[in-house]
Design a protein around this ligand. Sequence first.
Ligand SMILES: Cc1ncc(COP(=O)(O)O)c(C=O)c1O
Length: 416
Amino acid sequence: MSEGISQADKPEVLEGHERDLFSKFDDIILTRETLLASGVEDPFSLVMEQVLSPTRAICNGRDTILLGTYNYMGMTFDPDVIEAGKNALDNFGAGTTGSRVLNGTYRGHREVEDALREFYGMDHAMVFSTGYQANLGIISTIAGKGDYIVLDIDSHASIWDGCALGNAEVVPFKHNDIEAMDKRLGRIPEGAGKLVVLEGVYSMLGDIAPLKEMIAVAKKHGAMVLVDEAHSMGFIGEHGRGVAEAQGVLDDVDFVIGTFSKSVGTVGGFCVSNHPKFEIMRLVCRPYVFTASLPPSVVATAATSIRKLMHGSDKRAHLWENSKRLHGGLTQLGFKLGTEEPQSAIVAVIMPDLEHGAAMWEALLKEGLYVNLARPPATPANMTLLRCSLCAEHSAEEVETLLGMFERAGKAVGII
Ligand SMILES: Cc1ncc(COP(=O)(O)O)c(C=O)c1O
């Protein structure tokens, strides 16, 4: 018997029966079963039967416009990117079968890190197998027991999990609230290690952080700053370096985290930094060391894509046009949106509840439009959202077409 648990504290277990470890999921199972019993199609198990382009796929046998992929710059079908992937597959094989610190560093891994260093103009770049692992690894390694992490309450799951893995003291503050962040930092014991974690774009509502003010506050308190630019890299900022670039504070950020699964158009994650001791992370960061590295074809596609994104200003301008038109059009139709003005390539449409959200999601799919349905606990303030993410490859005509789809579906479901 384990120490410290008295007989009286032990959960009641019927003789001969195991305690069902799945009972904690009963509420979510019931919610899901109730939703599906209403006859609505399961919004969380759609199959893309064929993918035709960054903006179109065949779903349920029908040509569908994709408006929920985070494929912001449409790089998934870029001919140079595809060719680089095919060449790497032919010349380096299907996978590395090894960790970066053993047999898993190929020429392509170095090349994609070179491309990232150049893209951000920073000294160091470290590539992880996913963006989730980049947050998990960097946060848990730099902020451990006895250190403090001050973070926005609406942070992505990978940030929270990184905090938990490192066992630091976690101090959340109200979303985008500069004063609350200042107060929390002011209460941390003197001499303790401090890390402030922020995101450039918050992906649920598509709003951006006041990084300029927040980073100034963090520096006033002697904290290091990590910014996750997953949803802004490639698109926001003159060179697509993200919100920190757009607000002129990139030089003050100690660690930028990003992903290859959005604007870069493949899979993988990274951290870039100018910290002089950064390279030691390659030996001490467990989610980097104890996992296999990305396949050669993936790093080749990522490197090619990142280099092309350096010259993507026309695409960035078109994506802004799309975002403004969609935001304006939906507002005009009477939908309630997550932000008053378009702030990123994400436009979140707020649904009254999960039932209406699922019905609207299904009505849009029948119209031939795919969006993401998001529900608590992933969303802030218990909201149900239809999250639309635009792509630089959506034509102006496509945006008009999908506004028509929103109008018909919204009227059919009784939301507008
Ligand atoms: C803010 C943020 N950080 C990190 C990630 C994780 O990225 P990846 O898909 O590469 O694991 C995501 C993905 O949705 C994200 O939204």
